[in-house]
Design a protein around this ligand. Structure first.
Ligand SMILES: Cc1cc2nc3c(=O)[nH]c(=O)nc-3n(C[C@H](O)[C@H](O)[C@H](O)COP(=O)(O)OP(=O)(O)OC[C@H]3O[C@@H](n4cnc5c(N)ncnc54)[C@H](O)[C@@H]3O)c2cc1C
Length: 489
């Protein structure tokens, strides 16, 4: 089981990994570093969605958009009215490809080969419970990991034909900034791209069929983001269904309906962002005895094992949380369990944060208040508004809050929601605390640099300490001044 080497097609391998996105790459590396023979199959490009059409290009695009927004901010400080800066999408696309190429080096064939991973560029499928069909022949595996990811969900909008709309798979190849961009869907990806394109200079309209966007987030977090996007100029139309589309003269007329009232949205480009569905097509999972649901993906247990005990799954193909870090973490657990390395690990043992990278960012980890209530867990929340945080004020990025949820009667963190300019970074401090069982009393003692946005986490922890201290006249006075003193001046 332990010798390193690369089997040829038709041979047997110890671990066959299908898909070289973050999940497949993490699993292959995990196994290869421990000396197992790994075959990694990839139908398209190494790095998967994350590197090629997901996290990496979207964050690079958001960075460019933030820079342009900052230039507009600076223009307000100048005497003369400056012309509004507009993005040159050709240069921007070139910048994205440069960034991808830099990160791509980490996934290079040479690096993978040096690790002992044999990569085959091929679309593969199951023939039976332990055999894969590849263009070069059959491969028998001891264990397999399915990590084929997800793809944009179909939209079902009459008239919106192939080529007349964009998805996350094509939007990063745009060579010209659309004058008017309509975004169908107000989930995290739709919101990120809508705000970014608006900041790049497009007129953006989001059409969302539900009464609220970011339905997974706490309502006040979503509201702050909605206000911020509206300030940027994004037009948000909620509770409205796109019922049809008519492409004409290089434009698209979207027919929308809200409680019987029809309205037309005219756009130069339409981005459809109505969710992502697991990529199961052509895998022939039935022949391997692997059960799945077309929308929820491959069914796995807490050890990430499928209904075929030889086959595991990880990442977007089986997770409700479709994120790069979840794909990587789940893949390592799946590989560990598949290869029988020591005590089996459970996916439910992970503390998983997520973030919507808008301005401000909305990050979350652990339980939300409604979830705690559903599970009958008494919860208490400590909130610090960012407009009370010195660094947020100096940077004029003070919309948002830090909310820490604790189990009532203890200082144990159950979860947190952070809305702030750097919420994606700040949430990691809460993750460490939750993962290591560090309570709010200990967090309150951690000295933070001043001035920083993450000082808000300590402020929330200190308000907990003030809250639970026995009431003495001195403590009462201290409580009254907590907000002021905990700024750390
Ligand atoms: C616009 C956008 C922005 C995003 N931003 C973020 C973000 O900021 N942070 C974050 O954490 N996540 C983000 N995500 C999500 C993230 O990209 C995914 O969660 C992540 O890529 C999932 O990794 P994966 O390995 O499961 O699947 P994928 O990355 O999709 O990789 C699957 C791979 O399997 C290959 N494959 C499929 N079928 C076969 C087959 N039969 N044979 C061989 N190969 C096959 C595919 O070609 C692909 O390369 C974003 C996604 C999008 C679309």
């Amino acid at each position: 089981m332990r010798t390193r080497g690369s089997p040829k097609a038709g041979e047997r391998c110890q671990l066959a990994v299908i898909g070289a996105g973050p999940a497949g790459l993490a699993a292959a590396e995990f196994a290869a570093r421990r000396g197992y023979r790994v075959l990694l199959f990839e139908a398209r490009r190494l790095g998967g969605t994350s590197l090629n059409t997901g996290s990496v290009p979207s964050k690079a695009l958001i960075r460019s958009a933030t820079l342009l927004a900052a230039i507009r901010e600076v223009a307000r400080l100048q005497d003369a009215a400056q012309p509004q800066p507009l993005a040159d999408l050709q240069r921007l696309a070139a910048r994205l490809r440069n960034i991808e190429a830099r990160i791509d080096r980490y996934h290079s064939l040479a690096r993978l080969a040096a690790l002992g991973i044999e990569v085959r560029f091929a679309s593969v499928h199951f023939i039976d419970r332990r055999t894969l069909a590849t263009p070069a022949g059959r491969v028998t595996f001891d264990r397999a990991l399915v990590a084929t990811g997800a793809r944009p969900a179909a939209h079902g909008i009459t008239g919106l034909t192939e080529g007349s709309f964009l998805t996350s798979e094509s939007i990063f190849d745009l060579q010209q900034l659309p004058g008017r961009l309509a975004v169908v869907g107000g989930g995290p990806l739709g919101c990120e791209l809508a705000q970014a394109f608006c900041r790049l200079g497009a007129q953006v309209t989001i059409v969302q069929n539900e009464p609220e966007f970011l339905p997974r987030e706490e309502r006040d977090a979503a509201q702050i983001l909605a206000r911020s996007m509206a300030r940027d100029g994004v037009n948000i139309i909620l509770n409205t269904q796109v019922v049809g589309a008519r492409p004409e003269n290089g434009q698209v007329r979207l027919q929308t309906e809200n409680y019987g009232e029809c309205r037309e949205v005219l756009a130069d480009r339409v981005l459809v962002s109505v969710g992502r569905v697991p990529q199961l097509e052509g895998l022939n999972l039935e022949s391997a005895g692997i059960t799945f649901d077309p929308y929820e993906g491959i069914k796995v247990d807490d050890f990430l094992r499928t209904s075929n005990p030889r086959v595991y799954a990880a990442g977007d193909v089986c997770m409700s949380h479709k994120y790069t870090h979840v794909a990587q973490a789940s893949a390592e657990i799946a590989a560990h369990n598949a290869l029988g390395r020591g005590r089996a690990r459970r996916f439910s043992g992970l503390t998983i944060p997520w973030c919507t990278f808008c301005a401000p960012e909305v990050a979350h980890v652990g339980l939300q208040v409604w979830e705690a209530r559903t599970r009958h867990i008494p919860v208490k929340t400590y909130t610090v508004m960012m407009h009370d945080v010195d660094r947020a004020i100096t940077d004029m990025q003070d919309s948002g809050f830090v909310k820490l949820h604790v189990a009532e009667g203890s200082d144990r963190l159950l979860g947190a929601t952070i809305v702030a300019a750097r919420a994606s970074e700040m949430i990691n401090e809460v993750c460490v605390a939750m993962h290591r069982g560090i309570g709010l009393r200990a967090l309150a003692e951690v000295v933070h640099t001043y001035p920083t946005q993450s000082a808000a986490i300590r402020m929330a922890a200190r308000s907990f300490c003030a809250d639970v201290s026995p009431e003495t006249p001195r403590r009462r006075a201290a409580k009254r001044t907590t907000r002021k003193t905990s700024r750390g001046r």
